[in-house]
Design a protein around this ligand. Structure first.
Ligand SMILES: [Fe+2]
Length: 265
């Protein structure tokens, strides 16, 4: 019994006719939805890890709802720093807020507990935070999970990546890790936000970032931190395959200028 989850992130949608850094982010999301339907229609569900909108406008959320209507697998959503929580809830429904008041959620499937956390502070703030009531809520959800394996998805990276994006990191990542470490089987903590792919073990926990739907970036390591160059792609989703003994994360690029090498070559 394998749990299959597709994770999309950093959609950065805008109202009809508007581009973000020259990219048609809605067209890119349509390509992502088509790729999921074609290649991952057997997924149990899809998660979107925030930055649904680029500038938080209500029209962007209406557009998101319309594009997701084409998706053939169920979808669970949380928000990021480019989102406006009130505008999101106005379009998707007030019931999308958890008892914390944030866009937090629990999904139990195939022996796993999957937890979405809303790490956005307020519109215009690019760093992230989990509020004390969210950390308490998370602790309770982890206690309930008992010995089931857990996957957590949130927008902001909690683990330092030693690049310029650490200027907009989850500000209380150590508090978050302390709560996660009350559970003995955290299989993955997956984030978007940074627009590039990374994996790490930090505080004894596996952390992963995916590149997402918007621009990708070069990775300028070294001091002083440089701002990365923005790249038109690849656009990327994460595909999680999880059973009792194994939690695997693939990265599936759905917009990529690479060409297939013919087999006869
Ligand atoms: Fe972000």
């Amino acid at each position: 019994m394998t749990l299959k989850i597709v994770v999309l992130s950093d959609l950065h949608l805008l109202p009809e006719g508007e581009l973000s850094l020259g990219l048609d982010t809605s067209e890119r999301l349509r390509a992502g939805v088509a790729a999921i339907n074609a290649r991952h229609g057997d997924a149990d569900f899809c998660i979107i890890a925030g930055d649904l909108a680029d500038l938080g406008q209500p029209d962007a959320y209406v557009r998101l709802r319309d594009i997701l209507a084409e998706l053939t697998v169920p979808v669970h959503i949380t928000i990021g720093n480019h989102d406006d929580r009130a505008n999101y809830l106005a379009v998707f429904g007030a019931d999308k807020a958890a008892e914390t008041g944030f866009i937090d959620k629990v999904i139990d499937a195939k022996g796993y507990r999957v937890i979405l956390l809303d790490s956005a502070i307020s519109f215009g703030r690019h760093d992230g935070r989990l509020e004390p009531e969210q950390l308490d809520w998370l602790a309770d959800r982890l206690t309930e999970a008992d010995d089931r394996p857990v996957i957590v998805v949130l927008h902001h990276h909690a683990n330092p990546l030693r690049t310029a994006v650490d200027g907009i990191i989850l500000e209380n990542g150590l508090d978050f890790a302390d709560v996660l470490n009350t559970h003995s089987d955290i299989r993955q903590v997956i984030a978007g936000h940074v627009h590039y792919t990374s994996t790490a073990i930090w505080q004894g926990i596996p952390f992963t970032t995916l590149a997402g739907n918007h621009y990708n970036v070069t990775i300028p390591l070294g001091q002083p931190w440089q701002q990365p160059e923005r790249l038109t792609g690849p656009a990327q989703m994460a595909v999680i395959l999880a059973d009792e003994a194994h939690t695997l994360v693939h990265f599936d690029n759905y917009i990529d200028d690479s060409r297939i090498i013919p087999r006869e070559a």
